[in-house]
Ligand binder design. Structure first.
Ligand code: CP
Length: 360
């Protein structure tokens, strides 16, 4: 049995297979309408969501299954202090698969180690959002006709934008990918993406602060919201919130064949006038999310049926003598959770927390 915490847990072959399944669902929805009959999806959302939660629920309903769950921590026993691990054990008694969103980084991972059913990370703090990336990959494939040899601009909050982290992890594995990272200096990508993904795999990337100067070279422009809820200092958010606004003037500078993606919600960073441009793919991207979540639910439930035993973790390279200092890590609040680190670069002596991937 497998869960999904990071997009890197899926091989490129598996990503391509999920995309192929999603395209088949789009072409033949009737062939899938009973595939999950008598199966239940639990959506455990400790943070707000429109697209992810409702597309997960629509996905399960269109597969013939049922859904249960909660949409805020306040209506669950988390508000009484119940741990993530205990919640996951309890929900395993009632459902066949879990989709979990949580403000603490690594919380779905903790749930996946406690549950006896597959757990899907539906967004953990500023860390990862792998099913958004599945939606992004299907969108790029459908809009551009390929996933190789693309120059991808990611623009906005690259520090806290979990969708950007998962997208860079995924697209770095397709040949010919180049990234243009467009952000204010305060919101550059974190070390676990810069060193673990881009530098380690020698992926070409440039860092700039001007969208106008970069847009002409892009095949894909991935806009993101400045993540107000992740800032410790509200004035810092106010200063940075309108750093980038894509408008029709800037779209005139872009290639005719470019596509614009945004995980949504947008706040102010794409003018509504851009919506009528055929290159604006963000609403189609939200629909694609439902198809990819259908494909993922099918895959994880089939795997769980074939092999109901939880995948073992590699304990060989784990280290126990460090402390995570990331206040947003689940290890800061979960009862008796061991501090665990993995060495990711022996030569440079870099160790990362297994929950949030921050350096220890
Ligand atoms: N893209 C995304 O995660 O949207 P929601 O927060 O509405 O789920």
């Amino acid at each position: 049995m497998r869960s999904l915490n990071s997009i890197l847990e899926l091989s490129v072959e598996e990503l391509d297979q999920l995309i192929a399944t999603a395209k088949d669902i789009i072409a033949h929805p009737e062939a899938y309408q009973d595939k999950c009959a008598h199966k239940k999806l639990a959506t455990l959302f400790f943070e707000p969501s429109t697209r992810t939660r409702l597309s997960f629920e629509a996905a399960m309903l269109e597969l013939g299954g049922s859904v249960l769950g909660f949409s805020e921590a306040a209506s669950s026993s988390a508000s009484k202090g119940e741990s993530v691990a205990d919640t996951a054990k309890i929900i395993s008694c009632y459902a066949d698969i879990i989709a979990m969103r949580h403000p603490k980084e690594g919380a779905p991972y903790v749930a996946s180690r406690a549950a006896t059913i597959p757990v899907i990370n539906a967004g953990d703090g500023g860390h990862n959002h792998p099913t958004q990336t599945l939606a992004d990959l299907l969108t790029i494939s459908r809009e551009m006709g390929r996933l190789e040899n693309l120059t991808i601009g990611v623009c906005g909050d690259l520090k806290y934008g979990r969708t950007v982290h998962s997208l860079i992890e995924a697209m770095s594995r397709y040949p010919g990918t180049k990234f243009v990272l467009i952000s204010p200096k305060e919101l550059k990508i974190p070390g676990f993406i810069r060193y673990n993904v881009l530098e380690r795999n020698r992926i070409p990337y440039t860092e700039v602060s001007s969208l106008e100067e970069a847009i002409h070279e892009l095949d894909v422009l991935y806009m993101t919201r400045i993540q107000r809820e992740r800032f410790d200092d509200p004035w810092e958010y106010e200063r940075l919130k309108d750093s980038y606004i894509l408008n029709t003037d800037k779209m005139h500078l872009a290639k005719e064949r470019m596509c614009v993606l945004h995980p949504l919600p947008r706040v102010n960073e794409i003018s509504v006038k851009v919506d009528d441009d055929p290159r604006a793919a963000y609403f189609r991207q939200a629909l694609n999310g439902k198809y990819m979540r259908m494909a993922l639910i099918l895959k994880l439930l089939e795997e769980a049926e074939r092999d109901p035993v939880r995948e073992a973790i590699d304990t060989e390279s784990l280290e126990y003598d460090r402390v995570c200092r990331n206040p947003k890590c689940i290890s800061q609040v979960e009862q008796e959770l061991p501090q665990l680190f993995r060495c990711t670069d022996r030569a440079a002596d870099i160790h990362r927390c297994i929950y949030c991937e921050q350096r220890g």
